[in-house]
Design a protein around this ligand. Structure first.
Ligand SMILES: *[C@@H]1O[C@H](CO)[C@@H](O)[C@H](O)[C@H]1NC(C)=O
Ligand SMILES: *[C@@H]1O[C@H](CO)[C@@H](O)[C@H](O)[C@H]1NC(C)=O
Length: 152
């Protein structure tokens, strides 16, 4: 019974979480970090973009390797609603080492973290979402990627 439930839960996760296509924010960070995969749960219409419903809760799981070691990290989730290059921050995790990750994050070791994602009801259309993680002690050490979101 318990095993059956576990299997069912695992199946649901497999069906729902999908790796979404991601882009580096800037070539600057490609020498600092590799983002291996980004899974959005749930990601309807993936993997090119994820369709979201305003007001609902989603999560973004990031699997990455840094080339730096850090003890203090920040994470910010931003969107570019107008797709015009202007980001607005949805949420900043100032103490990501407490809320999202186990620190220190060691260089050359795969790590992962998960951030919640939700859009308010005013938003509509297709636009990029940016997730950035950076070393508070040296801001040029960062992981940063975007993926496409569509809100109905
Ligand atoms: C990252 O992804 C790889 C390959 O899917 C997996 O083996 C590994 O466990 C993941 N690492 C973390 C920290 O989740
Ligand atoms: C900050 O990080 C960059 C890129 O890794 C490095 O070149 C620089 O030396 C670092 N600065 C300090 C003060 O550690």
């Amino acid at each position: 019974m318990t095993l059956g439930l576990l299997f069912f839960a695992a199946l649901c996760i497999l069906v729902n979480a999908e790796d979404v296509h991601k882009k580096n924010c800037s070539p600057l960070y490609s020498t600092e970090c590799v983002v291996h995969s980004v899974a959005v749960e749930p990601c309807r219409h993936g993997p090119k973009f994820c369709a979201f419903v305003a007001g609902k809760r989603y999560s973004v799981s990031v699997n990455f390797t840094t080339y730096f070691t850090a003890e203090n990290l920040k994470v910010a989730v931003s969107t570019d609603y107008e797709d015009s290059g202007v980001l607005s921050v949805l949420k900043t995790y100032k103490d990501a080492c407490r809320s999202l990750l186990m620190c220190p994050v060691e260089a050359h070791v795969r790590h992962s973290f998960e951030v919640p994602l939700a859009f308010n009801k005013r938003v509509q259309g297709k636009f990029p979402v940016q997730v950035k993680l950076w070393n508070e002690d040296n801001e040029s050490q960062a992981c940063c990627f975007t993926f496409k979101a569509k809100i109905k």
